[in-house]
Design a protein around this ligand. Structure first.
Ligand SMILES: Cc1ncc(COP(=O)(O)O)c(C=O)c1O
Length: 394
């Protein structure tokens, strides 16, 4: 079998991460704000990440879904509001919006398989509060167009950069262009500490609200015990990251260039040996640097795509369509499923079923292969050979 996993940073977990974890355990200080010998690794991670992303504020949190929720909450998105997004994503992009009481408004993708900016305006209603730009599988959305539309209609822009940490557009890191970016440190992401996430913003108010919300809504100065008897306090939840997770994430961040360069090399080896007249690669926007976590090939029909997948799978090369269904067809949206008998938030927000024909068509015609960080030259040679064989046989 040819390695086929989404793990990038995971494969780089080594002595550095082990040493960092041992230090935290020795300190017996696992909570970011208190401990007998606190090493402030979460503070350090936030500072290092802000420097890497070139933003003023980074707030570490428990996962990427929490990061999206914090981004929404800090921008005052709530019951009755609509957030525009594409349905070609992981469920958390939309469920984080639901958890604020708002609903997603699904908008079609273009050939890049990210949201189609030309379809956004026709979907803006009086309820629309924000656009969630989801940078799918290492490729940035067309942020220039999205920002222009947002400015014209006075909308907030949140970037879901969970799958694209390390990518860039026009020299700016993805996730730092809109009002706030949400990132994930889950096992399948560019860098990881198993579970984890963070938000990045240049807006002090967004940062401060998110910081309080992620800390049970309390007002905390430094590492003091928070107060809930302060005009600034809000309702909140506990979305804090632990010192062990932060220590691992810090070590992973040091390896980011190594990870990205290796992925680029692997991707380029395959693409440079590919007949791109026969194989249509997923297009991307100009002036972007991608995270080469995968290779995606578009076929002219669903049937041809399935033939290709079957052929490759026969040789242990795990090409497949990205998912078995788009999230707008999940029961959660189709039947407006809620945990509560009031049917919140569907009862307060007018969720509308929206067809996204281009997304519907494309996701069935595109075959994906995750470029595992454990792929070896012999695997790459074999993949290239089988791609050539398929071309010659069909
Ligand atoms: C596009 C996207 N958004 C959000 C998330 C949520 O991140 P997490 O799993 O860290 O909650 C993911 C995770 O896979 C994702 O792929």
């Amino acid at each position: 079998m040819i390695p086929n996993d989404p793990f990038l940073g995971t494969h780089y977990i080594g002595r550095e991460e082990q040493k960092a974890v041992r230090k935290i355990l020795k300190s017996k200080s696992l909570f970011r704000y208190h401990g007998p010998d606190l090493l402030y690794k979460t503070d350090e991670f936030e500072k290092n990440m802000a420097k890497y992303l070139n933003v003023k504020y980074v707030l570490a949190c428990s996962n990427g879904a929490a990061a999206i929720k914090l981004a929404c909450i800090a921008n005052g998105i709530g019951p009755g509001d609509e957030v525009i997004m594409s349905p070609f994503t992981f469920i958390a992009s939309a469920s984080s919006v639901l958890s604020c009481g708002a609903v997603p408004k699904f908008v079609d993708v273009d050939d890049t398989m990210n949201i189609d900016p030309s379809k956004i305006e026709e979907n803006i209603s009086t309820r629309t509060k924000a656009i969630l730009a989801i940078h799918m599988q290492g490729q940035p959305c067309d942020m220039k167009s999205i920002m222009k539309i947002a400015k014209k209609h006075n909308l907030i822009v949140i970037e879901d950069a969970a799958q694209a940490f390390g990518s860039e557009i026009d020299g700016k890191k993805t996730g730092t262009i809109g009002d706030v970016g949400a990132f994930s440190l889950q096992a399948g992401k560019t860098i990881t500490c198993g579970e984890g996430g963070f938000i990045a913003t240049n807006n002090r108010k967004i940062y401060q609200i998110a910081k309080m919300y992620h800390d049970n809504g309390g007002y905390r100065v430094g590492c003091d015990y928070p107060t809930w008897e302060n005009g600034k306090t809000i309702y909140g939840e506990n979305f804090k990251l632990t010192e062990i997770q932060s220590a691992i994430a810090n070590e992973q961040l040091k390896k980011i260039n190594k990870i990205l360069n290796k992925q680029k090399k692997v991707y380029e080896y395959i693409v440079n040996n590919l007949d791109t007249d026969f194989y249509k690669l997923r297009p991307h926007i100009d002036n972007s640097i991608l995270v080469h976590s995968n290779i995606a090939i578009e076929f002219s029909s669903q049937k041809e795509c399935q033939q290709f997948i079957k052929y490759m799978n026969k040789f242990g090369i795990g090409f497949n369509i990205y998912c078995s269904n788009l999230i707008n067809h999940f029961d959660t949206f189709k039947y407006k499923v809620s945990w509560h008998s009031s049917n919140f938030p569907y009862n307060v927000s007018n969720y509308e079923d929206k067809e996204c024909p281009n997304t519907e068509d494309l996701f069935r015609r595109v075959a994906w292969f995750s470029l595992s960080a454990s792929l070896k030259p012999k695997h790459l040679k074999f993949i290239v050979k089988k791609l050539e064989d398929f071309k010659n046989e069909f």
